[in-house]
Design a protein around this ligand. Sequence first.
Ligand SMILES: Cc1cc2nc3c(=O)[nH]c(=O)nc-3n(C[C@H](O)[C@H](O)[C@H](O)COP(=O)(O)OP(=O)(O)OC[C@H]3O[C@@H](n4cnc5c(N)ncnc54)[C@H](O)[C@@H]3O)c2cc1C
Length: 483
Amino acid sequence: MSKEEALFEIREVHLPMAVRLCYRSNRGLALHMLSRGVSGGRASVERLRELEPHSQTHSLFSRSAIGSFFQEQPQLTNPFIQDPLLRTYLQRHLPAQEVQEKLCCFGEAVASEVDALGRECELNPPTLERFDPWGRRVDRIITHSAWQRLKCFSAQQGLVAEGYEANHGVWSRVYQMCKMYMFAPSAGLFTCPLAMTDGAAKVLQSLGMPARGAFDHLTSRDESKFWTSGQWMTERRGGSDVARGTETVARRQEDGSFRLYGFKWFTSATDADMTLTLARIADEDGSTVTPGSRGVSLFLAEVWLGDGSSNGIEVQRLKNKLGTRQMPTAELLLDGTKATLLSEEGRGIASIASMLTITRIYNTVCAAAAMRRITQLCRDYACKRSVFGKLLKDHPLHTLTLSRMESREEAVSCVGRGCINPSSTSSSGRKMGNEERSVPAAQAALTLPSQSGDGEPCLICLVVAFTRSQQLLSTDEQFLEIT
Ligand SMILES: Cc1cc2nc3c(=O)[nH]c(=O)nc-3n(C[C@H](O)[C@H](O)[C@H](O)COP(=O)(O)OP(=O)(O)OC[C@H]3O[C@@H](n4cnc5c(N)ncnc54)[C@H](O)[C@@H]3O)c2cc1C
């Protein structure tokens, strides 16, 4: 068959026949003839290819509508290998070869497994099953299997445990946060329950282990024992001003435990196994509570009772949020929730403070991690995207943009590292607390974005960006060509 005959068969025979059958509304026959036409068309196209291998056959059918060009997408590869600055930092502080190897393996797992799980969580947000098929109120939060797998993965990898096992002495937190730094941008927000879990363990530790069993669950590497914790503070009146906002009342029981009655307005990762929460202890006749921060005490409550029933917790609804949709955030009515008093009476806010410190550190590290991931993907894209006849990485202005992104991202990482670096000391030489440590780091780091502003980049920004690009050039093969 000649080229002309093949074209004729496709254009003049198969397609018009299929279209006519469609018009006649004989759907069964139309479909049958369409498939014949399509397979006939395919056969003809194959014949065309044989006759003229270089012909642009894609323009004949559906491809003509969307074109034949598909941009190669940026790929996530091992974030540890792709982060020379992180590796250099570790070589200085945690030089053991074993550390680098373990983190490299972890980075591989993030790229090959965790990233897909995080994506699944984004596509499958949690739902609330309020009643069972027989009409009983159950208030079960249904999460996707990927979210549950992330919980198992976190336990196996000791993402919370690392901070308490002290395998790397005073640098254990740094090691843990290096893992978190790689994990966070892929993890579908599972870092939120991990932050609260870590914070709860820290509170228990700082209070002298009033609930050893719970601590063991929170810091377990065994996925069947590992618990996550919530942090139920915010109530209807607000979240910042907890001293005025806390209306939940704790009633003392004869066995020394308490029952909580109140409404928690914003509880994230509500599929947790336990929570730390605040309430005001009522006096003996149950009618009076102490106002202000001096009336607020800290409690631990398990979400489910031993028999699998709810611990007096009604899920009013799941929040319909703008972001963080992968994770359940709920409004909860506490109606006689069994709880254990953790703090001294009236020392609730002071006692939960270390949980807030831990969660803030997670926020800082996760923010820096997100910036790092964006930069990593942009760099990969610059090696794949061609414009004006050359790859983006070969355009000096684009390289400068990437360098600026890197320098800003490093500034934020610097704040995070300042928070967790155990060797940080104040000007007087004494060890600094977490918040105090972050101040000099933040001052140094924030100089950069604040001076660069939105307009023309200032000299310091250019110098840092240039220095950073030199580091890139010397440490990353992808950019060697630019020199
Ligand atoms: C996605 C998401 C998840 C959350 N998860 C939880 C959770 O798990 N557990 C929980 O307990 N809460 C949770 N919250 C609630 C959160 O902690 C509160 O929203 C937060 O504490 C702020 O409280 P607010 O919303 O009442 O704002 P407000 O207290 O009304 O604050 C409004 C604004 O005023 C500023 N402001 C407040 N006080 C001061 C001050 N003294 N000086 C200067 N500025 C001030 C604040 O920074 C803010 O910009 C969550 C919120 C969100 C959005």
